[in-house]
Design a protein around this ligand. Sequence first.
Ligand code: IMP
Length: 511
Amino acid sequence: MSSNDNDFAFLNDVSTVAVVCLQFGDTGKGKIVDWLAEWAEVVVRGTGGANAGHTVCHDGKRYVLHLVPSGILRDGEGVENVIGSGTAVDPGALTAEIAALRAGGIRCANLRLSHQAHLVLPQHLVLDRVRESCAEAGKIGTTGRGMGPVYTDHYARLGLRVNDLLNPDEFVCKLRRNLVEKVRLLRTFDPGVVRAVMQHEHLASGAYYHPETIFDVDAIVARYLGFARELEPLVRDTGALVRRAHWDKMRIVLEGAQGSLLSVDEGTYPYVTSSDCSLHGLARGAGLEVATDVELALGLAKGFYMSRVGEGPFPTELGGERSAEWCGRPDVTEAREAAEYPAVSVNSSDAFEQGIAVRRTGVEYGSTTKRPRRVGWLDLPLLRYAVQRVPTRCELVLTKLDVLDDCERIKVCTHHEYHGSGYRQAEETLRPGMSIEVANPDSTVLAQSVPMYQTFVGWCSQLRNVESVHDLPAALVTLVGALEDWLDDDEVGADVRVLSVGPGREQTIVL
Ligand code: IMP
C-alpha cells in the first residue's frame, strides 16, 4: 500500500529536510527515510559508517542497511541516493551491501559515493577492536567498525579517501605511510590479542595478517583494488551534486546516523561515536554549507522510551546498573534472554525485568552488533537539550509507539535532580539537590543525575491497526499533548508531527 498523497502536505513549503535522531540512535530513521523517499528526489547520508544499522521493512522483506541510504528501495523510482563526504566508508562492507541489495532486485543504479569520503581500512578495524579489548584504555563499547581510528586519521591528515581508490599508486603510497604509525602503536598491545583480532571476518578472516609486520600490505592492496573496480562507477563529487540540488530547490532528505546524544561534539562525551552526528555534522557531511540550509529537521524520538548501546550514563535506564551490566556482557543475546526470561511483562514491578520485556517487544538488539540495547523511559531533559541544539525549525517524529501497547503505566522523566558533590563547570558550580530541566550532556553530571518522573495511564490498545488520527486512543493523545507542552518554551519548542505505529510505510500517521 502506498502512502496517502496528503501525507506529505506538511512538506509543501520546504525542499531540504533532515531526519535526525534526538536520542542515542536506533529510533527508526531507516523506516522514516524510506517513507519520505516517496516525496524526495535525493537522499543523502552525511555521517558515520557501517556502525549504523538502518532497518527498512517493505513487502514482507526486511533490509538492514549500514552505509547505503535508506532511500535505496526507491532506486527504481529514480531517487538518487548519496553517500556524502562526511561518512566513513568501509569498501568491503559497502560492496557486500550493494551485492546483497542487487541480489534482492534493487539495482542501485542511482547510488553515488563521495570522492572525499574517508576509507575505513584494516588498520582502523584492528585498532578499534584492540583498544576496546584493553580495559585500561577505557571502554566505550564501540561497534568495532573502525570509527574512532578513521576519524582520528582524518584530522591527523593521515587518512585515505575514496578518490585514492581511483589512483592505485597513490593508494599504495598513502597506505604504506599510514601503516607506519599504526604498526608502532599496535606493537604496544598484547601480540596475542592483535593476532586474534585480525582473524575477524571483517578483516578477511586473517588474510591481512603477517606474523612479523602485522599487516600483509600486498594482500590488502590486492583486495582493496578489487573493491576499487567495483566502486569506481559510483564515485562523484557529491558535494557539488547536493549543493546544486539544494540551489535548484530539489526535494532533498538528509539521513542522519546514530543520534545527537552520541555526537562527538554535542553528545555525552566521551561515550559517543567519533563523528558529529548532530544536524550540524550531518549538513556539512552531506555537502551543504551550514545546518540552517536545512529548512525542516524531523527529530526522531522513540514513543515514550529510549535505548542506548555500549557504555555511558543513562539516567532513566530500566533496571539501572543491573541492566547496564547485563547488556554489557558479551554472552547475552536475544536467544538467551528469551530462554532465561520467557514470561517477562512490560508491566512487571521489577524494573530490570520490565526492561527485558520492553527490549524483547521492541526487538531492541543491535542491527549491526546484535548486542542487547539498554532501555529506559523517555528522558525529557535530554530531549529538550537535543531539540535546543537544532538550529532550524524542528518537528518531532515519535517512533516505535506500538512497543508500549500493553503498558498500563508509562513514566516520563520530567526533570533531573543532581545528586553528585559540588562539581565545577565553566562559571557554575553544580550543587546536590539542584533541579535540571535541560540536561547537561557532561557524562560526569549525567551519571549523577537522578530522574524525576510523572506517571501516565497507557493506551493499552493495538496501535498497528490505527489508520487515522481520529482513531488514536485518548491516552496517547494526552501524552502527545503533554510532551508538546513540556517542550513549548522560547528556547525549545517543537510540535509532534508524525507518529510511527509499526514498521511498515503505511503505519505512519501525520498529525
Ligand atoms: P562507534 O561508533 O562504533 O565508535 O561506537 C561508539 C558508541 O556509539 C558506542 O556506544 C556505540 O554503541 C554507539 N553507536 C554507534 N553506532 C550506533 C548506532 O547506530 N546506534 C546506536 N548506538 C551506536
